[in-house]
Design a protein. Structure first.
Length: 255
């Protein structure tokens, strides 16, 4: 099943309606494709876990990358740390402005911006590069097109995936490797992962992307399931449902 570019397609979604209720101006920017998407760490993890569960391995690696390098200078009390901090600020600003810049040019700008006088600029940069600073900076700039995650985050998501797949009650709904078709058949039951759905409601084009659609062709029954991550436990889960509008999302799937 070929999937369209869901997030770039202009249509009303449940998330758009929720944003409209809170921030109408931002909702318009979302519809126009000009909104700057800002995610909390929890949202980034949830999106990454969602991709690990329901995207193909190729799709996952095109969206996420486990960080391989670290900033070698993090002590801002030292001149080297001041330089690295200034460099990170410059790189972040460059990414936020959707601009491009040469790594070497940002090194020079960071040295000037940090206000340090020693060590000499070329000596400092040479040491920074030798310690892996260029690799860290190059990888940092990759976050313009790909989301960087830590090894710890990936390991946690992989463990969660294994728990679901091996669960006696829900394990049959999941697969270790999602096929390119995003669809599997088990007897007369078809399971579709992240089905790109488009429908019209009172003349308005709408869209939805449920995580799992289970179609029982023999019994003519369709089940729609969305997988959610939460830090809540037991009875506190219900507060998350209300806070994040999961009840509205369930209703959206039944229209």
């Amino acid at each position: 099943m070929e999937r369209n570019n869901y997030f770039e397609r202009k249509a009303v979604s449940r998330s758009l309606l929720s944003e409209l209720a809170r921030h109408p101006q931002r909702a318009k920017a979302m519809l126009d494709g000009t909104a700057h998407r800002v995610e909390s760490d929890a949202m980034t993890f949830g999106s990454m876990f969602d991709s690990l569960m329901f995207d193909t391995s190729k799709e996952f690696t095109s969206k996420y990358r486990v960080s391989q390098y670290e900033n070698p200078w993090t002590d801002r009390r030292k001149n080297t740390g001041k330089f690295a901090y200034a460099l990170e600020q410059i790189m972040q600003e460059t990414l936020e402005n959707d601009a491009t810049a040469e790594i070497e040019a940002m090194f020079m700008q960071a040295y000037t911006q940090s206000g340090i006088k020693s060590p000499k600029v070329y000596d400092l940069i040479a040491e920074f590069v030798e310690l892996g600073g260029r690799d860290w900076a190059s990888e940092y700039m990759m976050s313009k097109t790909i989301t960087l995650i830590t090894q710890e985050q990936y390991n946690k998501a992989a463990a969660m995936k294994a728990t679901l797949i091996n669960n006696d009650y829900v394990g049959d709904m999941f697969v270790q490797d999602v096929p390119e078709s995003h669809c599997i058949m088990r007897d007369n039951i078809e399971v579709v992962y992240q089905m790109d759905m488009t429908f019209e409601l009172q003349g308005v084009e709408c869209k939805a992307l449920p995580d799992i659609v289970i179609i029982d062709h023999e019994k003519k029954i369709i089940q729609i399931i969305d997988l959610k991550t939460t830090s809540s436990y037991d009875h506190n889960v219900m507060s998350s449902f209300i806070k994040f509008g999961y009840d509205l999302q369930g209703a959206w799937y039944t229209i």
